[in-house]
Design a protein around this ligand. Structure first.
Ligand SMILES: [Zn+2]
Length: 313
């Protein structure tokens, strides 16, 4: 048995397969990304705590003697075990290696792949149907996000996808949709562009905001950040049905009908919810990067076809 193998055995370190599982679950809980393992990193202790490692197990290190250079390299046994587990997950294509993530995010991190994401869901018994609502990143979705947010904003943008007329759900279109959702809500820092609300579920897994299409899917609106807005559920609905629209200077215009609502509507008791939550002339909260602002062509389409046509009814 190797020196490392013997130490693992003597110290009763957890089996590598168990560490692999814990690593997948931890990655999932950290939105799909963790840094390379090093001393004083939260993640290292977090997983060690899960296995209830004692002080001796945490402090154990291996010594490698480099005779030529006349130096001794020490490395923690626990870090080595974590690394070996991650390496084995990477061999199974369940995570991406820091070297390939670096090219995508400029950070040296381990990242879940789609395959790893599915495996983590299985381990946590979360149904796969929840996948599109989870903010967990995968290497493949991150690649889509990068493309969506790095592409330069075109001057004459066509928000319609003419090819969508023959709707075919492919693996790529699913990734594209998840990438769209993630890119939009991230661009707006998980806030509603109309009211600023930012709220997560108690388990921190589900953001309340949704990525709304300005030109909706049913009108063949594209999954581009320029055709997206991050909105809370109420504002998403209100935007989709034409209770409000955007002007090209990004201020909100509320449908005039708001002033002639019957008294039985738009209220909670005596409180006028609708009037208080739809603020005329207020500028929406925009992303930091102007490149991902909503595009004027999408805004104008929504004004003409959803907002104004709702007035005529
Ligand atoms: Zn809102």
């Amino acid at each position: 048995m190797s020196y490392e193998g013997e130490m693992l055995k003597d110290l009763r370190m957890p089996p590598r397969k168990d560490v692999e599982k814990a690593l997948l679950v931890t990655l999932f809980k950290h939105n799909g990304i963790i840094k390379e393992f090093g001393p004083r990193q939260e993640i290292v202790d977090e997983i060690a705590n899960e296995f209830r490692l004692n002080e001796k197990q945490r402090a154990a290190f291996l010594q490698t003697i480099y005779r030529k250079e006349n130096r001794v390299k020490k490395s923690f046994l626990w870090h080595r075990l974590l690394f070996r587990a991650a390496d084995s997950l990477a061999n199974e294509k369940l995570v991406s290696r820091p070297t390939s993530t670096l090219q995508l995010t400029k950070k040296r991190e381990w990242m879940l792949t789609e395959k790893g994401f599915d495996e983590a869901l299985k381990l946590l018994r979360i149904p796969n149907t929840q996948k599109e609502f989870l903010p967990t990143k995968s290497f493949e979705v991150q690649r889509v996000i990068k493309k969506l947010t790095d592409t330069r904003r075109p001057k004459s943008y066509n928000p319609f996808d003419n090819q969508k007329k023959t709707v075919k759900v492919t693996r790529n279109s699913i990734l594209r949709e998840r990438g769209f959702r993630q890119a939009v809500i991230e661009a707006y820092d998980f806030r509603c562009a109309a009211c600023g609300m930012k709220i997560n579920s108690p388990d921190s897994l589900y953001w309340e905001v949704e990525a709304a299409h300005i030109v909706p899917h049913r009108h063949y609106g594209k999954d581009d950040v320029w055709n997206g807005l991050s909105l809370c559920r109420f504002h998403h609905w209100a935007f989709d049905v034409g209770w409000f629209a955007l002007r090209t200077n990004f201020t909100i215009e509320v449908a005039p009908k708001i002033n002639s609502l019957p008294v039985s509507e738009g209220r909670m008791g005596n409180y006028e919810v609708l009037k208080n939550i739809l603020k005329n002339d207020v500028k929406i909260i925009l992303p930091k990067q102007p490149n991902v602002y909503p595009h004027v062509n999408a805004i104008l389409w929504h004004r003409k076809h959803i907002f104004h046509s709702s007035e005529r009814i």
